[in-house]
Design a binder for this molecule. Structure first.
Ligand SMILES: [Zn+2]
Length: 613
């Protein structure tokens, strides 16, 4: 018991250290945030002004016009042939870690977060209020979301206050306002669109939360999963739905219904594309303007999609966008980063591309990421290039009002008039890539030339290299699953011993797990280059249930890749290529886990002769 607890704590600590090791810079405001941009093609957030000058003074826009007279000592940025836009606003993200830094690199100067850790929100907003982090996108946040016990939003390892009756609504909303939420985010999604069954708020509770938010002077925006949910949310008085649906074509009057309720919409086409099984962000990873600024984790995430669910299509959402445009419902660009297929910052450029593909003009798409979200969320100080607004600006080569892909060819990003140091960021990414390439070619360190990890013949859960086996359960993510491991008699191929893994999976988390973990490096989540090996192989037997092998790699980020196997009554060898784990070449393996779950219930299986070969 003690052993499993300490192992769990160590694992959690290592994950945290890893998350903090990403590139990070601090910039403070100084007198450099006064300058004049000359002869840019200016899109002011709503319309094209034509060739103009924009004078920035002390972080704000002082004047916009042709041939502006400025004092001789004001620095000049020559932008002839380039296009100046307001800094982009991503109207649907989930921010934590270095998300806001990565967002600003790609021209996103404001993120509207739709659910994050409350302490992160509070610390970030405090820092912003003190004028820090000008190299990071400004944050507005819902803080915690409103969801039913066990509903969507409870699966991410953050313990959140849930509610299930209208009577709880006002207290719940008041508590969010006290925490500092800028608006109230509500989940209406029973998972049915994705083949899941999970609790969600009933209509009465949803309505009560919306009314409570309005009573407190806050907007109420709703995550929906289906067309039917969208109708319910808008009908209940929501200010917006922050996804469109991909389960059905819109009915002919859907947009009129939204317009009649004066609601706005954040379609999140990119994540709906990923939900329908297409890695929406894949094309960004080979874009020559974006790729040099993408971290390994960004690239891994952009190449992912959700498992394909039959019947879902992002095209339904595109059809809905056309309908909404026809009746002038405000449409806001939002990415839902960092969900599979998306990444902070870079994905806004994909979302703009998809909005144009759906039928917005390039100028309408640019407005959807600037003036429209500013107006919809009452951010009166931004989203436009006008005197008095913040100098949150994006300068790009070419003309995105004609070709939306030109937003990717970024020259400069400014927040409050301070230019983002993109060159240093790019150099850090390049260095990290070179180090990864070197590591991939380096000979495997001593010990790893032994292909056998464990045969358990010494009667202990030890390993020939790396760490021994330790318990790992979803308790680190707020779950209640339990696990146990012990050496038992009778191994595979006539061996003396095997490792028995048993426990009870609690159904509280969709990705619930309990089992054992091995790290090839010298400590938990320590990396070892196993690229000389092609496969993970092992013998297993058990109670006939399906089990999972999870592999963590540094390039894969926080979410492990997984493969399944069935543990039947006889010992059976399974061999899985590293490439089956999200295309890994094995050079940066941090951990290998054998686990039960996510289906709830008791489990019991044994492993033996675990090898990399
Ligand atoms: Zn979201």
């Amino acid at each position: 018991m003690t052993k499993s607890t300490s192992a769990t704590i160590r694992v959690l600590a290592c994950v945290s250290v890893y998350l903090l090791s990403a590139p990070f810079f601090v910039i403070h405001a100084d007198s450099a945030n006064s300058f004049v941009i000359r002869n840019a093609r200016v899109f002011d957030g709503s319309r094209l002004l034509g060739q103009s000058d924009v004078w920035v003074s002390n972080g704000n826009i002082k004047a916009v016009g042709k041939n502006l007279k400025v004092p001789a000592d004001v620095k000049v940025v020559d932008a002839y042939g380039d296009t100046l836009l307001p800094g982009l606003i991503d109207a649907h993200t989930h921010a934590w870690g270095d998300a806001l830094k990565r967002a600003e690199i790609f021209g996103v100067t404001t993120e509207l977060d739709m659910f994050t850790d409350v302490s992160y929100m509070q610390q970030t907003k405090k820092d912003q209020a003190e004028g820090r982090h000008l190299d990071q996108a400004d944050l507005r946040s819902a803080g915690t979301l409103a969801t039913a016990p066990g509903g969507h939003g409870t699966e991410y390892g953050i313990t959140i206050p849930t509610l299930s009756t209208p009577a709880e609504a006002q207290d719940w909303v008041d508590a969010r306002v006290a925490e500092g939420s800028d608006y109230i985010k509500i989940v209406l999604d029973d998972g049915s669109a994705y083949g899941l069954h999970r609790p969600t708020l009933n209509k009465e509770t949803l309505t009560a939360v919306i009314e409570a938010a309005h009573k407190d002077g806050k907007m109420a925006v709703v995550h929906i999963g289906t067309l039917a949910d969208a109708h319910v949310a808008i009908g209940a008085g929501a200010d917006a739905v922050v996804h469109l649906f991909s389960d059905k074509k819109p009915d002919p009057d859907f947009a009129k219904f939204v317009a009649a309720h004066h609601a706005f919409v954040v379609p999140t086409l990119d994540v709906l594309e990923s939900v329908s099984g297409i890695a929406s962000g894949d094309s960004l990873t080979t874009d020559t303007h974006l790729a040099p600024y993408l971290t390994a984790e960004d690239i891994s995430n952009l190449k992912k999609s959700f498992p394909n669910q039959t019947g879902l299509s992002e095209k339904y959402a595109e059809q809905t966008v056309v309908q909404l445009k026809a009746v002038h419902v405000p449409i806001l660009a939002g990415t839902d980063a960092p969900n599979p297929g998306t990444a902070h910052g870079s994905s806004i450029h994909r979302e703009l591309e998809l909005l144009v593909r759906a039928g917005l003009t390039p100028q309408e798409a640019l407005a959807s990421a600037t003036s429209v979200p500013a107006k919809s969320f009452h951010l009166d100080d931004r989203g436009a290039i006008e005197p008095g607004k913040r100098a949150d600006l994006l300068l790009v080569k070419g003309d995105p009002t004609q070709d939306i892909l030109a937003t990717r060819d970024i020259i400069s990003v400014w927040k409050l008039g301070v230019e983002d140091d993109r060159a240093t960021y790019r150099a850090a990414i390049q260095k990290a890539r070179e180090q990864a390439a070197t590591a991939a070619q380096a000979p495997a360190p001593s010990g790893s030339d032994v292909s056998l990890i464990s045969d358990f013949e010494d009667g202990s859960p030890s390993a020939k290299f790396g760490t021994g086996w330790m318990l790992s359960t979803d308790s680190i993510a707020g779950g209640k699953s339990t696990g146990d491991m012990k050496i038992v008699d009778g191994g595979a191929r006539g061996g003396k011993h095997a490792l028995d893994i048993s426990g009870v999976i609690d159904g509280g988390l969709p990705y619930a797990w309990a089992g054992v973990m091995f790290s090839p490096g010298s400590q938990p989540f320590g990396v070892l280059n196993l690229s000389a090996k092609k496969n993970i192989s092992f013998f297993a037997k058990g109670d006939g249930q399906t089990y999972r092998v999870l592999v963590f790699t540094t390039s894969g980020g926080r979410i492990p890749a997984q493969q399944t196997f069935v543990a039947g009554s006889e010992w059976k060898k399974t061999s899985i290529p590293f490439s089956a784990f999200n295309g890994s070449d094995g050079h940066d393996v941090m951990a290998i886990l054998f686990v039960g779950g996510p289906a709830a219930g008791k489990f019991d299986f044994q492993i033996d002769d675990v090898k990399v070969e």
